[in-house]
Design a protein around this ligand. Sequence first.
Ligand code: ABN
Length: 175
Amino acid sequence: MLKFLNRFSQALDQAVVSGARSSARRFGRRSALARLGGFLVGGAVASALPFDRAFGAETKKAGPDDDTSCDYWRYCAVDGFLCSCCGGSLTQCPPGTEASKASWVGTCLNPNDGKQYLVSYNDCCGKTACGQCLCNNNERERPGYRLGVHNDINWCMANTSTMFHCTTSILVGVA
Ligand code: ABN
């Protein structure tokens, strides 16, 4: 009987020890540290990967004839969301917005005829920012302290609603 009890007690001991080891492996400090390490390394690798920091707002830089692309020639000095991506067009404000009374005029080279054209960048006002096709082209633009030649300005400032929605690019004439 004593022998049996002794064996039973040894078997119980072993079961408890192996159970404790297995749970230490699963939930112990080392395991937690290993998981934390994996998480940190994974985070570092993920943040080093290239991703779209504009979250889709910046347009693809496509062909020169695509008026939804920042590369379209008339957009050489545009700073804003393209109205062609916002329910309007190159020259028309989207429904529910109105053209700004003030504007910035740039000079852009038309690659089709080799001539320079004056382009008026009128903002469309009265709705919140469109958020599509953001372009920031700055040909002949100058820093903010030279106000008249700076394009990073809300041209809706003189309208009843000063809310900026998007920007049109209207041809004024040959430079
Ligand atoms: N002309 C576009 C714009 C609007 C608000 C702020 C900066 C630029």
